[in-house]
Design a protein around this ligand. Structure first.
Ligand SMILES: Nc1ncnc2c1ncn2[C@@H]1O[C@H](COP(=O)(O)OP(=O)(O)OP(=O)(O)O)[C@@H](O)[C@H]1O
Ligand SMILES: [Mg+2]
Length: 341
């Protein structure tokens, strides 16, 4: 109640860009007090890039909320016999080897009951979200934060942070309708994250390893440019937009097909249709993406702004911040954790 409200540093350590938002709980939502973004040349530069961001930004807190992603992060939606939450943590250790491709001792697990009553009632069952992250990934991640001089308050998963950002935005504008099914697609540099929500609950997540780097490669091949030049042309095609669009179209089609496969899987499993598609991530700005996706999915494809309902404190360069808006979905989702304290 007194003094400065508690702040956190939401740090999205992407494979190509680091996005940091220093935020506080503003009562009804969150407020941004400071931010910084920087590109990373390659993975080995990550730690230097984080240190550089911290050095130049004068953040007031070291408490960080970050996320992990990739093949060492397993998310499963499983059906189990009904039991109280405290028993679930124990029971899942005996069942987990059915669902995850690693030894149970190798991973840190978390569970959440999504629906506590499913099935026909003869044998009471519940739907459970199981998240398993390899311990060595968490250790590496913690080491990185420690080396950067940060404390780790929460480690989340990219796909769930994406969902939290969407929920935060919806909450400010009347909330998510509990039966509505939407797909969030975040297209980064290395991967595309898919998170299908019914209401505010995630029912399906997947990472597809097809994203910005693959589009750069397509441009590089077509125009015979090195990676840096191709990256530049891809992001600022100016009067070559038509040719760039043509060069990336096969890759866009591949990505559209992968996403459609996920929709098909979800729709078969849950007998529900994905109603709307919401796109974010740096690669959402690709020319021709909306047309290609609307053609592939035959549903409305919306580019959403995760900053839309967020208060930005005076003194912040809002114009530059807004240029990053589409790329900040995961960071905003991490930032939303400040409200749960
Ligand atoms: N104007 C633009 N047009 C097309 N692509 C763009 C544009 N601006 C950025 N990108 C691409 O967006 C990607 C970076 O986006 P983002 O910050 O969401 O990725 P990341 O979080 O670093 O990656 P990942 O989540 O895969 O680890 C890069 O591949 C970059 O080339
Ligand atoms: Mg990312």
């Amino acid at each position: 109640m007194f003094g400065r409200s508690k702040r956190i540093l939401a740090l999205d350590i992407g494979s190509s860009e680091i996005k940091a938002l220093e935020v506080a709980d503003s009562g009804g939502g969150i407020s941004i007090h400071n931010y910084a973004c920087t590109k990373i040349g390659n993975q080995n530069e990550t730690i230097y890039a984080i240190k550089e961001i911290i050095r130049r930004s004068n953040f007031k807190t070291k408490r960080s909320v970050t996320s992990v992603s990739g093949r060492s992060v397993i998310v499963r939606y499983v059906t189990m016999a009904q039991m109280p939450e405290q028993d679930l943590r124990h029971a899942i250790r005996f069942e987990a080897d059915k669902y995850i491709p690693f030894e149970v001792d190798e991973v840190q697990m978390d569970t959440q009951i999504l629906e506590d009553q499913v099935g026909d009632g003869s044998q009471p069952e519940m739907k459970v979200l199981l998240v398993a992250v390899r311990k060595n990934l968490i250790e590496e991640h913690l080491h990185l934060l420690q080396e950067a001089g940060l404390q780790s308050a929460i480690i989340d998963v990219d796909a769930f942070a994406l969902g939290n950002a969407f929920e935060l935005r919806a909450r400010q504008s009347g909330g998510l309708s509990p039966e509505k099914v939407v797909a969030l697609i975040d297209i980064g540099a290395n991967k595309t994250n898919i998170n299908i929500l019914k209401g505010s609950i995630s029912y399906f997540t997947r990472e597809v390893y097809l994203a910005g780097n693959d589009f750069t490669e397509a441009v590089s091949r077509k125009f015979n440019l090195d990676t840096q030049e191709a990256e530049r042309l891809k992001c600022r095609p100016d009067d070559q937009a038509g040719e760039v669009e043509e060069a990336i179209l096969p890759t866009l089609d591949d990505l559209g097909n992968e996403i459609q496969l996920s929709f098909d899987y979800f729709e078969n499993q849950f007998d529900r249709v994905v109603e709307e598609v919401y796109i974010s991530g740096g690669s959402a700005q690709l020319p021709g993406l909306q047309r290609a996706f609307e053609g592939a999915f035959e549903k409305s494809v919306v580019f959403w702004n995760p900053l839309e309902t967020i208060e930005v404190k005076p003194g912040i360069d809002v114009k530059t911040l807004n240029q990053y808006a589409g790329q900040l979905a995961v960071a905003v989702g991490l930032a939303s954790r400040v409200r749960k304290w």
